[in-house]
Design a protein around this ligand. Structure first.
Ligand code: NCD
Length: 337
């Protein structure tokens, strides 16, 4: 299956909304209406529970079936989607792709059709090819919603949304913020979705810091205000520092001399982090490679919100799942009237 074949003709930003502007699928953050983005974050905040709290179950997805289709490895994302569905009282199935019929040559569409025939209401899809979630959303039954859990280097909307929620919990407003995204921007679907989200939220200064070889061409067009090749310059006075993993599995050629060299130039050490504002926070979508992009003292330090991101991951996924379900109910009611 070629990557090109998966790119559907309809824009994911349009395809994910109903004619009433409700979130029917969650495919991308790009061009998400600002009010809808705020609504997701507000709703997610209501699902955030303090540590040690007795987990509340909500009946919002009772009787619904969510199917996790992860064609690529994942720990945090798959587990938090699963927990989110369970906390909303849905039945959740994790399809083991390694033993599924797709690995025996069945086409993706055939697999989807068969799963739909089991009355699935929602697919959560992660795939190594950009456009897979859009493709499934385009061809699946009208009553099914698709949530993109990361496609190639294209988009990872719920990750960016949980990151925005985390920033919002620590900073009063996005407008005055200087946010620096550091590392392998070229292969990062997370960075792309974060840049879209930060732009929609009118972030004062969106910076990227990376070696030339790990920066996609025309990154400014996505909404980046400043590009830095020098880590020290880029970190200066930042309010939020987002570190990214080197995505070696997506690198087709040697884009870096070595991990050691990368750490020397771009690793976030305690010394370097001092260049950011004194109340700056550090984030990482995980999995973090200590000693490659981030020092352990920083990752585990007072200003690290990396584990808050994980907690918020459950809440954001609950918010998105409940909102697409609302859109489904509304569409069904419209169809009946
Ligand atoms: C990210 C991903 O899969 O894109 N991780 C995640 O979803 N928590 C980033 C990464 O793999 O480096």
């Amino acid at each position: 299956m070629s990557e090109k074949a998966l790119v559907p003709d309809e824009l994911p930003s349009k395809m994910q909304l109903t004619s009433d502007g409700k979130l029917k699928h969650c495919l991308t953050v790009e061009k998400l209406p600002p009010l809808l983005l705020d609504e997701i974050l507000d709703r997610a905040q209501t699902f955030v529970t303090p540590p040690n709290a007795t987990q509340k179950k909500y009946p919002l997805l009772r009787g619904k079936t969510v199917m996790n289709l992860f064609f690529e490895n994942s720990t945090r994302t798959r587990t938090t989607f699963e927990l989110a569905a369970q906390r909303l009282s849905a039945d959740v199935i994790n399809l083991d792709i390694r033993t599924s019929a797709t690995s025996k040559g069945e086409s993706l569409l055939d697999t989807i059709r068969n799963l739909e025939a089991m009355n699935v209401d929602m697919f959560v899809v992660r795939h190594q090819y950009s456009g897979t979630a859009n493709f499934i959303a385009r061809y699946c039954a009208p009553h099914v919603s698709v949530l993109n859990a990361g496609d190639g280097h294209h988009a990872h909307p719920t990750q960016a949304l949980l990151d925005m929620l985390t920033i919002r919990q620590h900073k009063t407003s996005f407008q005055p913020l200087k946010v620096a995204i550091v590392g392998d921007i070229l292969h990062s679907r997370v960075a792309r979705s974060q840049i879209h989200a930060l732009s929609i939220l009118c972030t004062g200064e969106i910076r990227v810091i990376a070696p030339k070889t790990l920066l996609p061409e025309g990154i400014e067009a996505l909404g980046v205000h400043k590009v830095f090749f020098n880590m020290e310059e880029g970190l200066k006075d930042a309010d939020v520092v987002i570190m990214l993993r080197l995505q070696k599995e997506r690198m087709e050629a040697a884009l870096l001399p070595s991990e050691r060299e990368f750490y020397k130039l771009y690793g976030l050490t305690e010394e370097r982090f001092k260049l950011a504002k004194p109340d700056a926070i550090v984030m990482h979508p995980g999995p973090a490679n200590r000693g490659v992009e981030i020092d352990s003292h920083v990752a585990d330090g007072q200003r690290s919100v990396i584990l808050n991101q994980v907690t918020n991951g459950v809440a954001v996924r609950m918010a998105v799942m409940s909102m697409v379900m609302d859109a489904q109910v509304q569409e069904k009611t419209k169809g009946l009237s």
